[in-house]
Design a protein around this ligand. Structure first.
Ligand code: KG4
Ligand code: ZN
Length: 343
């Protein structure tokens, strides 16, 4: 079974081909990506209408590229999968519209995928796929969640952010330090030259006794510190970046370890854009080694949004018989869509 996957929920257009024999873990044949980061940079964040228009321009050339790379053609496709939500409504409509148009033209079924399920299952695209059950730390630009995952479609929310996501904390802190958009990678790069103990920043909800997160207070503390520094900010920026990163990472690491302990599971999957963060990986690796926990990450280039994870999630849902692809091309999209409600 050959699955074409299309991702267009935010500022990356991703297309991929995944093949499944129904027995083993599905295999990624090819994937192609176009990031709109440069286009949105001038505005300091994603401009939804520009995002939708750019997805329209990119999606078919990217599809041609993945067919060429895999040595396959449109006629070989068995199922067309697309991101149904959550995300920007207009951006989602492009991927859904293209997927359903292709499905209708080819007479092939389509399947709408939950974007976060894509992230959650993205470590299965790597050389060291996890086994169920596991605890998942989902850390993207819009979400921060700890889930218990017993199988495909068997997701139990253990805790989530009550305000900003971890990626947002990186991005907003970076923005107020003048590091541009998206700030996560820039902030973590700058942090390499800074002292993580230079500034005492809060670790919100670290000892709350539950697995929820809160990052908006941290962002305010970074703002206060930046204002206090005034003219000294440029020379102390690396220290502030390192202290900010240390605070975010420590909370993510501690809560993940608590989730593992409370659930009695000994496997952790980390997914979403912030999963690319080097300090987070170092700290989780060290803590998990000590606790006898196996930890799995997606390949670095598949941590942020991509089409491969969408094709993979569709393949795994079909293989696990939790969903069937259908020939109803009257699609809708779900800009808001909690992961815990899907099965
Ligand atoms: O999963 P993702 O690509 O998009 C969403 O679904 O939201 O995540 C994007 C987020 C952004 O907030 C970005 O700043 C953050 O991931 N990010 C990082 C790093 N790479 C991406 N944050 C910290 N360190 C990184 N190396
Ligand atoms: Zn994402």
């Amino acid at each position: 079974m050959l699955i074409l996957g299309i991702e267009s929920s935010c500022d990356e257009t991703g297309v991929a081909l995944v093949e499944s024999d129904g027995k083993r873990v599905p295999v990624l044949l090819s994937h192609a990506l176009h990031s709109q980061v440069e286009m949105h940079q001038a505005y300091g964040g994603v401009v939804p209408e520009l995002a939708s228009r750019d997805h329209i321009r990119r999606v078919l050339p990217l599809a041609n590229a993945v067919f060429a790379e895999a040595g396959r053609s449109l006629a070989d496709v068995d199922v067309v999968a697309y991101t149904r939500g959550p995300g920007l409504a207009g951006a989602l409509l492009v991927g859904a519209g293209v997927a359903c148009a292709l499905g209708a033209a080819l007479g092939k079924p389509v399947l709408g995928v939950h974007h976060l399920e894509g992230h959650l299952l993205s470590p299965f695209l790597g050389a060291d796929p996890p086994e169920f059950p596991f605890v998942a730390l989902l850390v993207s630009g819009g979400h921060t969640q700890l889930m218990r995952v017993d199988g495909v479609g068997r997701y139990e929310m253990l805790g989530e952010t009550i305000d900003d996501a971890a990626g947002e904390a990186f991005d907003k802190s970076a923005k107020l330090m003048g590091l541009g958009y998206p700030g996560g990678p820039a902030l973590s790069k700058l942090a390499e030259h800074g002292d993580p103990l230079a500034f005492k920043l809060p670790r919100p909800l670290m000892h709350s006794g539950n697995l929820d997160f809160s990052f908006s207070g941290l962002k305010t503390a970074v703002l206060t510190q930046a204002r206090k520094l005034g003219d000294d900010l440029p020379t102390r920026k690396a220290d502030l970046a390192a202290s900010t990163q240390a605070a975010i990472v420590e909370v993510l690491m501690k809560k993940s370890m608590t989730a593992l302990k409370e659930s009695g599971l000994n496997r952790l999957v980390v997914a979403g854009g912030v999963g690319a963060n080097r300090l987070l990986r170092e700290q989780l690796n060290a803590a998990c080694a000590k606790a006898g926990v196996r930890v799995h990450y997606p390949e670095l280039d598949l941590c942020t949004d991509n089409g491969a994870m969408i094709a993979m999630a569709a393949a795994m849902r079909l293989d696990a018989h939790v969903q069937t692809a259908n020939e109803d091309y009257a699609f809708d999209v779900k800009p808001r869509w909690p992961l815990a409600v899907i099965t």
